[in-house]
Design a protein around this ligand. Sequence first.
Ligand SMILES: Cc1ncc(COP(=O)(O)O)c(C=O)c1O
Length: 428
Amino acid sequence: MTYIAQQPKEQIIEDYARYVNPGRVEVYRQMGVDFVPGRREGVWLWDVDGSRRLLNCRTSGGVFNLGHRPPRVVEAVKRALDELDVGDHMLMSEMRAVLAKRLAELTPGDIQYTTFSPGGAEAIDVAIKLARGYTRRPKVISVRKGYHGHTGFALAAGEDVFRSKFGPMPPGFLKVPFGDADALERVVDEETAAVIIETIPATAGILIPPDDYFPRVRALCDRAGAVLILDEVQAGLGRTGRMWAIEEWGVVPDVLVIGKGLSGGVYPMSATCHRPHLDRFFQENPFIHLSSFGGAALGCVASLAMLDQITEPGFLEHVRAMGKRFAAGFADLKARHPIVAEVRQRGLMIGFELCDDRLGPLMTMALGANGVLAVFADFRPSTIQIMPPLIIQPDEVDYVLSALDRSCEMLSQMDLDALPELLLPLTL
Ligand SMILES: Cc1ncc(COP(=O)(O)O)c(C=O)c1O
């Protein structure tokens, strides 16, 4: 029995359009994208008809940090299926306790408690509930072009493009530019419940803040008694070559939100980890937040296997080494292709910046033609997000670099002004 390619590809696309989302199929058709993921293994993703494969540098924003179907995680979940299920979220849970303890050991500073959810946005909602519930204040400050997901409070903390159709939003949310501590200083006050920031904003184009930014953000929150929430749904869990991206700036947030790669891409899991003082809120009513599937036992098993792998000696060194190999290749590409503007990079979290917004979508398509899946940043289409699996090997890095080289060559020969109006950036 196989689950892949039970029907011809045309039938899958037709059924997807008829029963799931015709609008998306139309957008893909206009872009010339007919790729339907079938077989998946390690860094590779095959078209369902087996006709071609792509090296996955999108990884769904880090979901596939360990590549597709990482053997260790898959084995652990297979074994667990003989004994466990999702569990009853109202009762105590051995697996949740084990995983939360492991996260307490791994997260920065004195972060101790974890609330589990099935997805990143829900985990952000929990963080904001916690901050408002603990402080009893209304104001939540986020950064422009940040992205925290599409549920209630996460959506409210995000950009208008995703919010405007669903107003009115909960009151009290406002935004300042990323990396600008002075702007933050002007709005953080005694009414502020939380400041919420992606440590390295991904959808904004992989932005790296000035060195003093996070220490100043921490100090501002401390002064006002506001809760500092860092969203490391993409940047955490080894992506930057450190366990947590924020380690670079030596700051401990009050709440750290983790998702995506947490369970090796085989089970939906996310986590809201918080420092002890905030727990006063949950102690007042330990049942104030419930989620049937948050912290499912099978997901905890997957997460523990994933954490075992990324904490093995040499794992983060490998991420840094592959990051360096990419960096050397980027320097060469930048020297040879004027369309490359700059590269912003921490480990394997990479923003490959082109000199024109219109080039991002074109580069995504060119890379697809050259065997690589990598997508432009939604809020900064001139940036290609390059987020390969952390297990990528040197020859695979070289494969991506040569695909970038060929794609730059193709794009350099295009007359952008002669092209018909390009598709607007879209969320993939
Ligand atoms: C930084 C960040 N936070 C939160 C989320 C929301 O996660 P999810 O899609 O699992 O709800 C995302 C999703 O892309 C993200 O990139």
